[in-house]
Design a protein around this ligand. Structure first.
Ligand SMILES: [Ca+2]
Ligand SMILES: [Ca+2]
Ligand SMILES: [Ca+2]
Length: 316
């Protein structure tokens, strides 16, 4: 971190605008559990626990993320096995019965969202609704809202975790398997025309990276947060691994927030994300994989290790 400070000091001394970017702070080891599980969906689903840990800059961090799950409206279910909502296709969904949220305008829109694992949806700076299932079972949501154009769509995506602050879950024969993430969304206007899909035109920035088997693998400078050199392998014992954090900008969801320095989102295929066996996705491929508007799974540059990612796109 010293060289970054030096560069900044030199740049300032030379009269150049300093790079406004917070350095990463780190924690090592498991967080303390503060919520045992946000929901109870019985056996076969994962516990959506929340934890706290103090990172090395003295900041108390909520993992996998500080959310509005307990205070915000939950997005209506397109598919949610936990609630017994399991339509085979979109035509089995009574869209007229779905409530409409006020996002501060008059034009009607419908967003269809599948998140691995959790999302919070903002439109024009307003929190509209949050994912009804934080971790598993995998679910899909339909959010109808009224708003005025241009639409600034801002999404907080969270890859949930069982081992808090350790970015991992039980899987593939390991207690410390680093799970992957991804968000797919399609937005339609009142006529049913698609006006937005998730693709590489979106901006995406990560704010929580875990597990880091060795924190030195992370390249973090300016808005570059590159963990491609870090191992994504399962471990027999991941309890001593580290995590990296950055503070979320307070106004990250605002229409006038400047995301121009954020990287573009990276698109991932269905195969990479692994949705074959998830009816919350496969029952709605006419939406998510529409031939004329095929939405991609998007995320930041590391689908496995980046666990809290902010995504933005403005639609005229
Ligand atoms: Ca979910
Ligand atoms: Ca996941
Ligand atoms: Ca992950």
């Amino acid at each position: 971190m010293k060289p970054v400070c030096l560069t900044l000091a030199v740049a300032t001394a030379l009269g150049a605008a300093p790079v406004v970017a917070q350095e990463a702070s780190f924690s090592t080891g498991p967080a303390k559990t503060i919520v045992e599980s946000l929901i109870d969906c019985g056996p076969g689903s994962r516990t959506s626990a929340v934890g706290e840990i103090v990172s090395d800059d003295g900041t108390r961090r909520t993992v996998p993320a500080a959310t509005h799950y307990l205070s915000a409206p939950h997005a209506p279910d397109l598919y949610n096995a936990c609630a017994g909502v399991e339509p085979d296709t979109l035509s089995d969904v009574d869209l007229d019965a779905i409530e409409t949220f006020d996002a501060g305008g008059t034009e009607a829109f419908t967003a269809y969202i599948f998140g691995d694992n959790y999302f919070e949806l903002y439109v024009n700076g307003r929190l509209v609704a949050v994912d009804s299932v934080p971790f598993t079972p995998f679910n899909a949501s339909v959010v109808k809202f009224t708003a005025d154009r241009p639409l600034t769509i801002a999404v907080m995506g969270v890859d949930w975790e069982e081992n808090l602050a350790l970015g991992s879950e039980a899987g593939r024969g390991s207690k410390y398997y680093p799970g992957d993430a991804g968000i797919v969304m399609q937005v339609q206007d009142a006529a049913g025309d698609t006006i937005a899909i998730t693709d590489t035109h979106w901006r995406a920035q990560t704010f929580y990276v875990s597990p880091l088997q060795d924190p030195d693998c992370l390249v973090a400078e300016g808005q570059t947060r590159d963990s491609s050199a870090c191992s994504t392998a399962s471990a027999r014992d991941g309890s001593g691994f580290s995590a990296a954090y950055w503070d979320l900008p307070a106004d990250w969801m605002a229409p006038d927030f400047d995301d121009s320095a954020w990287p573009n989102a990276v698109a991932y295929t269905n195969d990479t994300v692994g949705v074959d066996n998830k009816p919350a996705y496969t029952n709605f491929t006419e939406l998510f994989d529409a031939t004329d508007a095929d939405a991609s799974f998007i995320w930041s540059s590391n689908l496995v290790l980046d666990n809290l990612v902010l995504l933005r796109r403005t639609i005229e």
